[in-house]
Design a protein around this ligand. Structure first.
Ligand SMILES: NC(=O)c1ccc[n+]([C@@H]2O[C@H](COP(=O)([O-])OP(=O)(O)OC[C@H]3O[C@@H](n4cnc5c(N)ncnc54)[C@H](O)[C@@H]3O)[C@@H](O)[C@H]2O)c1
Length: 455
């Protein structure tokens, strides 16, 4: 794929790891930064997963502390095309590769009792991360337009991958990601943490096993946009110092810089994301699919009154999400901008169930106490999405949100966006992953990647 990484990149041998890390650390800092086993209890280097963070923005402030809780995981590098700046989701955030590297080193300094600990470094180019033998796995926390290229290259380099949701920017992205992950026998967990929440697992098991009677309708809520575009007539701005804007754009089309284009706000521009349809939608529609049945996929999609920004605005994703889809078993999905945050409501012939971020409620309330029998389907148990990934890496077995599951959830969201953009109904064939008899719609399942980036 590129000249820095061999396609046959092999997995790390522990002795190489010890040699290369010790050499690097000694050369750079004159002191060894391999964590002593005593710091990690039973987690000696041979039992520890070395992790690179790729993308040190808003969500890295959630993900990094979660990785740090695991003694059998060591963050060794923070990669970002931004050195460090403000301009993220809120004014207080100062983020980028250097602030996040410093954060990690401070945490390990506290853990090891070594105040001068500097075992985590920072870099600009993720290809340098992939070329490192002392990196076992990568956490991809970049904007959605980077997920496919970075995942595929990571798989080729022999790394396991925790890729943030939504898995993909397009349906084709997801297909290529699955191919690469399976070809290179990698573990991929997509970062939609709702699949690791006990109350959601319990609720979806009730729905899947018919405790609401015959399932009829599902509503999936996605939050409203929390930023407004600059409107038509917006002007290009100078690129801030310390930010490699061209690298940020990567496979996306060339475009003039504006501060509302990049950090955090990229999610409101179709070149980089699918808006709240894929942002919150990957969470809520992933739960819909869990309850309805992961093996079923909607075969009809239609717009239900979506609204879009003014022509000429920088922001191009829906200002109001509203689409319907129909599963082959007749269940109707209505996905819309309704409530803040996350939520899903299932309606069956004998009652309903509504899931929120920390609990679920049933009508009648007694449904909540329905007991699952020996023949009922049960989901794999995961209480923590990050832990589940680390365990999957060690066991060489998929975790709770592997590439195929995440691809189909992202695909559902992408098809919703296509229906809302076209403002017309279409049928979808889940076997071929093609829209039936609609060339214009099918073209929207993929997008060209800007050279030199390719699948
Ligand atoms: N699981 C969740 O609940 C959750 C919540 C928020 C965001 N996310 C996901 O996390 C991802 C990032 O979102 P965010 O809000 O943190 O965005 P962000 O803009 O705040 O951070 C992304 C960072 O990636 C960096 N980046 C861009 N291109 C890069 C490249 N080629 N190499 C290295 N770094 C690069 C940017 O400079 C930026 O610092 C998105 O896919 C988003 O959907 C998930």
């Amino acid at each position: 794929m590129n000249k820095h990484i061999s396609r046959s990149g092999s997995r790390l041998h522990r002795r190489d790891f010890l040699r290369s890390t010790a050499a690097l650390a000694a050369a750079a800092f004159g002191a060894p930064y391999i964590m002593p086993s005593s710091v990690f209890g039973k987690n000696s280097p041979s039992n520890r997963i070395t992790l690179a963070i790729i993308g040190c923005g808003n969500q890295s402030t959630v993900d990094i502390p979660e990785w740090l809780k695991n003694d059998d995981c060591q963050i060794v590098t923070c990669c970002d095309v931004n050195r460090g700046s403000r301009g993220y989701r809120d004014d207080k955030q100062f983020l980028g590769r250097e602030p996040q590297r410093n954060f990690v080193n401070k945490a390990y300094a506290k853990k090891t009792g070594n105040d001068s600990y500097k075992g985590c470094d920072a870099c600009i180019d993720f290809r340098d991360v992939l070329a490192r033998k002392d990196v076992d796995a990568v956490a991809i926390i970049t904007p959605d337009h980077w997920h496919a290229v970075q995942t595929i290259m990571a798989a080729e380099a022999g790394k396991d991958i925790y890729c943030q949701k939504p898995l993909s920017l397009t349906v084709r992205d997801g297909q290529e990601m699955i191919k690469a992950v399976r070809k290179h026998n990698r573990i991929l967990q997509c970062g939609s943490q709702w699949r690791s929440k006990a109350h959601i697992r319990q609720a979806c098991e009730l729905v899947l096993n018919g405790k609401l009677g015959k399932l009829q309708r599902v509503e999936s809520y996605v939050a409203e946009n929390n930023f407004k575009g600059p409107g038509p007539g917006w002007k290009a701005e100078p690129v801030p110092e310390g930010f490699d804007y061209n690298f940020w754009l990567g496979p996306a089309p060339q475009a003039p810089y504006h501060n509302l284009r990049c950090f955090y706000k990229f999610r409101f521009i179709l070149d980089y994301s699918g808006g709240q349809t894929t942002n919150f939608g990957h969470h809520s529609n992933g739960v819909v699919r869990w309850g309805v049945c992961d093996d079923l996929f909607p075969t009809e999609f239609e717009d239900a009154g979506s609204e879009w920004p003014e022509k000429g605005d920088l922001f191009t994703t829906p200002t109001k999400v509203s689409f319907r889809a129909k599963f082959p078993n007749g269940v109707e999905l209505f996905c819309h901008t309704n409530k803040p945050g996350f939520g899903v409501r299932f309606e069956g012939s004998e009652g309903s169930l509504e899931i929120g971020s920390s609990k679920f409620e049933c009508k009648p309330a007694s449904l909540k106490d329905a007991v699952l029998g020996g023949n009922d389907k049960r989901f794999a148990i995961s209480e923590n999405h990050y832990r589940n990934f680390l365990d999957a890496v060690k066991a060489r077995k998929d975790g709770v949100e592997p590439a195929e599951v995440a691809h189909r959830t992202s695909m559902l969201c992408h098809l919703g966006n296509i229906a809302m953009l076209l403002k017309r109904k279409f049928k979808f064939d889940p076997q071929t992953e093609q829209i039936v008899g609609d060339d214009e719609a099918n073209k929207m399942l993929s997008r060209p990647l800007r050279a030199p980036w390719h699948y």
